[in-house]
Design a protein around this ligand. Structure first.
Ligand code: ATP
Ligand code: ZN
Length: 508
């Protein structure tokens, strides 16, 4: 498998530097992403993490690599504090809802997958559910115990971080007392030591517990990812991703377990990549803060989900991104602009769809390299058009610099290239961007706010009425039509250069 275009470079949190990407097996890049804890609806910050991994995986495929991507579903073991303290988030959620953990997990897994689909995020090759791997986890923990990397306390089986030489390297720290920020547990040898198996306390009424050599209990969250990545991707694979909060504790602990299980050189993944936070005025967007923004809430306000994807792509994944309704409204306008331009090209080029629709579209999601698709679109392009491909490629190859790739798309659309060439460029770029630019149209982007009291047809009828009233200089009736729309949560945009004419009101 040969990589096409500029050499791909990625920022590795482990070395804190940008490195040339060298796959372990040139035929198949192996990629693991820490998945959601399915105890409540994912917020937009969580979803940013998966827009990032999807972009990474699309770029790998676009540049000629095949990928095997694993995302796990954490349905047990994640405590309210990442630093090994508090209660299991799933248990708490089930108690609150008066239902079983299995129901909670099924509900939020389904919602999560629905959000990913709406965001154009491709399914991983493997969804790995933590509770399907308990026996593997027990065997792994047993093996760590056999190697002398653990000790047992009343509360569970603990990992001894001094058994690995460079604990905390990923977090950029040495294993001083502050590393890991773990709550004091009686008998713990080092503050950063963490439970890999948590024993049920006597009298504790847990919905989820399994028998183990250390008594009934449940696996630790950090153990889960080591075990599932090992099972599906092997001792050492290419890339492990997660949000930047995972860099400080979760991934340090995964690495320590992997090293103790294999050897110090085997950290699990060659490259550890972390997306920065989506923040709002109060800081990191977080479920625990309550009242968080979800994709469903955005759609209810009339925002197409792919506008949120575009908002994410407009920032580099390693930069903080500030969320606001204004920012998302601007992204929606930007998306509309792109979609209008592509729509106009389709008419202008008057080409058979086969000329700009990538071949084998159904195989996109399978992790195959996109060589065929790209060839079908890029072969025979003029040298001017190919210059745009090179610029776009260079931006993405430089640690996925999407904010620099998007202006190349804009430049294509305003260039003097023939419409047919522009369309083919949009099509090849969108394989990497996943914005659905070939399929969206004006209608699909006019998402009606859920609380709007009118239907799309009624909106269009009121707009017509207003147009006629204005034409007849009957400004009273024109204003009445505008007010009726406003009442219904719809704002008229006079003189909209996109001729979009109306949009959902996004006020707080
Ligand atoms: N505000 C954020 N911005 C970007 N990524 C985030 C944000 N919050 C969490 N993530 C990432 O989302 C992914 C899923 O996380 P998970 O479902 O475990 O969230 P969580 O820790 O329960 O959420 P929260 O931190 O809101 O309580 C992880 O990779 C995590 O690092
Ligand atoms: Zn993980």
């Amino acid at each position: 498998m040969t990589q096409t275009g500029a050499p791909l470079t990625l920022f590795n949190s482990l070395t804190r530097s940008i490195e040339a990407f060298q796959p372990i097996d040139p035929k198949m890049v192996r990629l693991y992403s820490c998945g959601p804890t399915v105890y409540s609806t994912a917020h937009l910050g969580n979803l940013r993490a998966y827009v990032f991994t999807d972009t990474l995986r699309r770029v790998l495929n676009w540049k000629g690599h095949a990928t095997t991507h694993v995302i796990n579903i954490t349905d047990v073991g994640h405590l309210t504090s990442d630093a090994d303290a508090g209660d299991d988030k799933m248990e708490i959620a089930a108690q609150k809802a008066g239902t079983t953990i299995w129901d909670v997990a099924a509900r939020y897994t389904q919602l999560f997958k629905g959000d990913l689909k709406a965001l154009g995020i491709l399914d991983p090759a493997i969804w790995s559910v933590a509770t399907d791997h308990i026996q593997d986890m027990i065997a792994f923990a047993q093996s760590l115990e056999d190697r002398g990397a653990t000790y047992e306390l009343d509360g569970g089986l603990y990992f001894d971080v001094t058994k690995v030489p460079d604990y905390g390297r990923l977090a950029g720290q040495q294993a001083g007392p502050e590393v890991g920020r773990i709550e004091v547990v009686e008998g713990k040898r080092h503050p950063a030591d963490f439970a890999i198996w948590r024993k049920s306390a006597s009298g504790e009424n847990r919905q989820m517990e399994w028998l183990s050599p250390w008594g009934p209990g449940a696996p630790g969250w950090h153990l889960e990812c080591s075990v599932m990545s090992l099972k599906y991707l092997g001792e050492q694979f290419d890339i492990h991703t997660g949000g930047i909060d995972h860099r400080e504790i979760h991934h340090c602990n995964e690495i320590a377990q992997n090293q103790a299980y294999n050897d110090t050189a085997k950290t699990g993944a060659n490259i550890w990549m972390h997306n920065n936070f989506l923040v709002d005025r109060t800081g990191k967007m977080s479920k625990s803060k309550g009242g968080v923004a979800t994709l469903g809430a955005l759609v209810a306000r009339g925002v197409h989900p792919l506008a949120y994807r575009l908002l994410c792509l407009g920032a580099h994944y390693r930069s903080e991104l500030e969320f606001s309704l204004d920012a998302v409204a601007a992204a929606l306008t930007r998306l509309k602009r792109l979609v209008m331009a592509v729509g106009a090209l389709k008419l202008e080029a008057a080409l058979d769809e086969a000329a700009w629709r990538p071949v084998h579209e159904a195989s996109f999601g399978k992790g195959a390299p996109l060589d065929w698709q790209r060839r079908s679109l890029e072969e025979g392009l003029s040298s001017d058009a190919l210059t745009f491909v090179a610029r776009f490629d260079e931006a993405l190859a430089g640690d996925l610099m999407t904010p620099q790739a998007l202006p190349v798309l804009d430049a294509v659309l305003t260039s003097s290239l023939a419409a047919s060439e522009k369309l083919r460029l949009v099509a090849t770029f969108d394989l990497a961007l996943g914005l659905g630019l070939l399929d969206l149209d004006r209608r699909s982007l006019s998402v009606r706010p859920h609380d709007a009291a009118v239907t799309d047809v009624e909106v269009e009828a009121l707009l017509d009425q207003r147009q006629q009233a204005r034409a007849a200089k009957d400004f009273g009736s024109a204003d009445a039509a505008r007010d009726a729309l406003k009442q219904a949560g719809v704002e008229i945009m006079d003189g909209d250069p996109l001729r979009w004419e109306w949009r959902a009101l996004l006020a707080d």
